[in-house]
Write a protein that binds this ligand. Structure first.
Ligand SMILES: NC(=O)C[C@H](N)C(=O)O
Length: 322
């Protein structure tokens, strides 16, 4: 088989981090190294694929904004439309990787493989995890089985869908999708896929900007004034309720009032595993709420932003589909 051509887009993060000493895994400078430097640390990459590398951003992923998502997605749509390119890899900081991956999952219109990865140890550290994660990401992007799955995340030998992914640990085993699990494993150049995502992806339009949507996390004794403050100036609010997205009666009354004022309410949960069932604990249809299903609140926020920007008439249908 001819070698595949993979576009590699670097955005910064710890994978491009640099520290004064090789034992330093904290207090390093993220996004310090350019993509050529990262590629030079991975012998054998050129045997996996022909790479077309570019440095799009050089930032710690704490600084990622909607403008970066829009630019990155537009770039990937253009690159993957090129018949000479067979797939793409994005190098990204881990702190907001699950949000960028989900944004790309929803907005990149291509069946070619798209894989994100990063690292927990800077490139200068002993046993840096970036080089192997990068090798695995390129192997996955070059593998025909990775096509048509939406955005994938490869991290610590595991292969995940962007949907439902969360950073769960501050060690190199940083990511987990909990009960929804891994799609597969990657070991060296061997990619083993065991499951395929069933929800829609790559079908939401890229708007010029995203509407403001905020998240509020419930806690015992949360005063309604905090809910009102979180909704100030927002087009939508994701409320990460208790348990199954449960709402204290005064929270429910406040959210229903905000909905009547034109603010879209997604009922989500602060519980990491489980699904917020529509019209289960709360009469969502009566109050005009949208159930966030099992999406982590930051991913529910992005879906609401894209759905609102697209003028989606059936928000619940959009959540049920994705
Ligand atoms: N491990 C990492 O990449 C963390 C870093 N602060 C980032 O998200 O850019």
């Amino acid at each position: 088989m001819t070698k595949r051509r993979i576009a590699l887009i670097a955005t910064g993060g710890t994978i491009a981090g640099s520290a004064a000493s090789s034992s330093q895994t904290l207090g390093y400078q993220a996004a310090a190294l350019q993509v050529e430097h990262l590629l030079a640390a991975v012998p054998g990459l050129d045997a996996l694929a022909d790479l077309q590398a570019e440095q799009l951003f050089a930032i710690d992923s704490a600084h990622i904004t909607a403008a970066h998502w829009l630019q990155l997605s537009a770039r990937l749509n253009a690159v993957l439309a090129d018949p000479a390119i067979d797939g793409a890899v994005v190098l990204h900081g881990t702190d907001t990787l699950e949000e960028t991956a989900w944004f790309l999952h929803l907005t990149v219109r291509s069946d070619k493989p798209l894989v994100l990865t990063g690292a927990m140890r800077p490139a200068t550290a002993l046993s840096a995890d970036g080089p192997m994660n990068l090798y695995h990401a390129v192997a996955t992007a070059a593998h025909p089985a990775s096509a048509g799955l939406g955005a994938l995340v490869v991290f610590g030998d595991s292969l995940y869908s962007a949907r439902g992914l969360q950073k769960r640990d501050s060690t190199p085993a940083a990511f987990d999708a909990d009960q929804y699990g891994r799609l597969g494993l990657v070991k060296g150049s061997h990619v083993h896929l065991y499951q395929r995502p069933v929800r829609a992806h790559g079908d939401l339009p890229l708007p010029p900007t995203l509407p403001p949507v905020h998240i509020l996390h419930a806690y015992a004794d949360l005063p309604v004034t905090q809910i009102e403050a979180a909704a100030q100036g927002a087009a939508g609010l994701v409320f990460a309720g208790l348990g199954n997205g449960n709402l204290r009666p005064d929270w429910l009354a406040c959210l229903a009032r905000l909905h009547r004022q034109g603010i879209h309410i997604v009922r989500s949960s602060r519980v990491p595993n489980g699904t917020v069932i529509r019209d289960g604990e709360v009469a969502d249809s009566q109050h005009g709420f949208v159930s966030g299903d099992n999406l982590p609140p930051p991913q529910a926020r992005i879906l609401l932003q894209l759905a609102l920007a697209a003028g989606e008439p059936d928000l619940q249908g959009c959540f049920d589909r994705h």
